[in-house]
Ligand binder design. Structure first.
Ligand code: GLN
Length: 489
């Protein structure tokens, strides 16, 4: 029988409802698992065990009184450390705000709390979510539970690794260019980037404001559906959080892909795509076809511009968003001879190398004389990229593609080569530029390491993505595989 920390959310909920287990038992089991394995994985920047145990006891009391608040009541989850939880430090993986304690909850977290979730702690990430390996955290590197010498992906590597290691039943991450989907793929778990505007960004520390979205990690599409249902929807605190009604995502999971038109964009089978990754993705497509889906070749002709366009727009937005960190109210502060001197020293030492690179790239792209040539041009090409998707979705219901060209790579392998690191997201960042939702489900292994299938949907059609991902998971058992991680003594 599975250990409690290995349960899916759906199964844990069934056992909680049946009275077989309590949230206190479940939460204790996960906290013990964290104690046993997190010295190796290092998924967590901070563990909020007091808060978690208080919430677990409250959840049990509600259940005993017949007042359980829904499917997440009593379920232990982890939160990426760019998302505010009132009273817990938000570091964003950065020294520049390492002692910032937010006095309020982000909307996503407030909604998880309302749904009764138990919060285990804050997970590690690349500094300000800039990166694809979690090696850019200012604090430490997170290790992939499938092979501790490899990266978990990033930037939400701590959240993905926590789920994969049994150190949380689910987690929130954020995805600006791939930061939920790529680590989900590299850690062998399921991850969803919702449509831009599906989930409020209030209380999420901004990286690229036109690209960022909060979304869930869990073992299954069904569990991601539960979390998305809890956190999605309009929010008076964020005018970009869309008013579209939030459907019952779980009710839509009927296991059926018959007649589903699945487009396969040829541009996503990129140069440098590992043979084992391609084979796993093609096998998954074949299985969908064998079960009644119609597989159609499509083209998204502007795909090749997505990487350069992203690396203008995302740094431009980041340079504006990060201008507020001046060390005056919180974080590190370096003394200097004047205000400017202080600012230069503070920002020069408080931000890590990758963040400084983004600020310089972004400031350059926005500066007078270059704005039209770079930023404006990039926005125009972004429109062409979005139109590619609109045209494809006139023919098909969803798209299917690889998530990352590679499986998890060795720690240190790409840190000296920013371009190699940026190429990790070549199959994910066009989706952010277009604002579409993307779901990643485990679809096999290459050289013993997990591979994820990426499904891309129409705006606000997470329902179809989740239905396809869930149907795939009813046909396969990749999402039931667990890494052979042994407790350190
Ligand atoms: N790896 C990409 C970057 O560094 C995407 C990061 C993200 O999605 N937050 O910008």
């Amino acid at each position: 029988m599975a250990e409690l920390y290995e349960l899916t959310i759906t199964e844990a909920r069934r056992r909680l409802d049946a009275g077989d287990i309590t949230s206190v038992q479940l939460t204790e089991a996960v906290l013990e698992r964290i104690a046993a394995v997190d010295s190796q994985v290092r998924a967590y920047l901070a563990i909020s065990d007091d808060l978690a145990m208080r919430q677990a006891r409250a959840a049990d009391a509600r259940r005993r009184a017949g007042n359980a608040t829904g499917p997440l009541d009593g379920i232990p989850l982890a939160i990426k450390d760019v998302i505010n939880v009132q009273g817990l430090t938000t570091t964003c993986g950065s020294k520049i705000i390492e002692n910032f304690v937010p006095p309020y909850d982000s909307t996503a977290v407030a909604r998880l709390k309302d749904a009764g979730a138990v919060l285990l702690g804050k997970t590690n990430c690349d500094e300000f979510a800039m990166g694809s390996s979690t090696e850019r955290s200012a604090f430490f590197v997170t290790h992939n539970p499938w092979d501790l010498e490899r990266v978990p992906g990033g930037s939400s590597g701590g959240s993905a690794a926590a789920v994969a290691a049994g150190a949380a039943l689910g987690a929130l991450g954020t995805d600006t260019g791939g930061s939920i989907r790529q680590p989900a793929s590299l850690c062998g778990v399921t991850g969803l980037k919702p449509t831009y505007g599906r989930v409020s960004r209030y209380g999420l520390v901004a990286f690229g404001s036109s690209l960022d979205q909060i979304g869930p990690f869990a073992w299954t599409a069904q569990d991601c559906a539960l979390i998305l249902g809890a956190i999605a929807g309009a929010d008076p605190h964020d005018s970009t959080a869309a008013p579209q009604p939030v459907p019952d995502y779980v009710a839509g999971l009927n296991g059926d892909v018959r007649g589903l038109r699945v487009g396969v964009p040829k541009e996503y089978f990129v140069e440098g795509l590992e043979a084992g990754v391609e084979a796993a993705v093609r096998d998954a497509l074949e299985l969908l076809r064998a079960n009644g889906a119609e597989i159609v070749d499509v083209s998204l002709p502007h795909t090749k511009y997505a990487l350069p366009v992203y690396y203008i727009i995302a740094p431009a937005e980041a340079s504006a968003n990060l201008a507020r960190y001046d060390g005056v109210r919180y974080g590190v502060k370096q003394a200097g001879d004047s205000y400017w001197d202080e600012l230069e020293r503070t920002r020069g030492s408080g931000f890590g190398a990758e963040v400084r690179r983004r600020i310089m790239l972004g400031t350059y792209a926005l500066s007078a004389g270059y704005y039209d040539a770079y930023y404006k041009r990039a926005q125009q090409v972004r429109t062409l990229i979005r139109r590619d998707f609109e045209q494809a979705f006139a023919q098909v219901d969803i798209l299917a593609a690889p998530t990352s060209p590679t499986v998890a790579f060795k720690i240190g392998e790409k840190t000296d080569d920013p371009l190699a690191m940026y190429l990790e997201d070549v199959c994910t960042l066009p989706i952010n530029l277009a604002g579409m939702p993307g779901l990643v489900v485990p679809c096999g292994f290459s050289a013993g390491l997990p591979v994820g299938l990426q499904l891309i949907g129409r705006p606000f059609d997470e329902g179809t993505l989740l239905r396809a991902g869930d149907a795939y998971q009813r046909l396969t058992d990749w999402h039931t595989r667990r890494p052979a991680l042994t407790a350190s003594t």
